[in-house]
Design a protein around this ligand. Structure first.
Ligand code: SAM
Length: 136
């Protein structure tokens, strides 16, 4: 398998990047669904738009993305949040450290096993990866 291109270096990110927080996040905030501000992790944070919005609302924020270019740009744009270049399949976040997870377009577009019969296991593994870092 070849090395994957970084979508933040070749311009591909323009297909999904939003300069403003997503309508879904704004709506969730408006109806109080996000709960009281605590620690939030954005998995596959890209340029950090969602996490930047939450940082401005009192959340302690960490954004994680595989792209070094994205993480570097996000950190420059959103000094109120922390960012880490990491794989969401091996999150550098302690157990039960997060009160809220945000994922706009990361887990659902990740590569799945070639064999359909392995997909259920992969889905369970992803669930456990996320559940591990969420506070009970
Ligand atoms: C569709 S983009 C969405 C980015 C961002 N959430 C947004 O709303 O603009 C998916 C993001 O997930 C990141 N990504 C994909 N696979 C990843 C992985 N295994 N670990 C961490 N980040 C990953 C990509 O670099 C990209 O930034």
């Amino acid at each position: 398998m070849g090395v994957m291109a970084d979508p933040y270096l070749d311009g591909t990110f323009r297909w999904w990047h939003l300069a403003r927080p997503s309508p879904e996040l704004l709506a969730a905030n408006d109806v109080g669904w996000l709960g009281r501000a605590g620690v939030v992790a954005d998995l596959g944070c890209g340029l950090g738009t969602e996490i930047g919005y939450l940082a401005g609302r009192g959340w302690r924020c960490v954004g994680v993305d595989l792209s070094a270019a994205a993480v570097s740009a996000a950190a420059a744009s959103h000094p109120g949040a922390r960012f880490a270049r990491a794989d969401v399949l091996c999150l550098p976040i302690a157990d039960a450290a997060a009160d809220l997870l945000v994922d706009r377009g990361c887990f659902h577009c990740r590569r799945w096993p070639a064999r359909a019969s392995d997909n259920e296991q992969a889905g369970d593994d992803d669930h456990h990866r996320r559940a591990r870092i969420l506070a009970p």
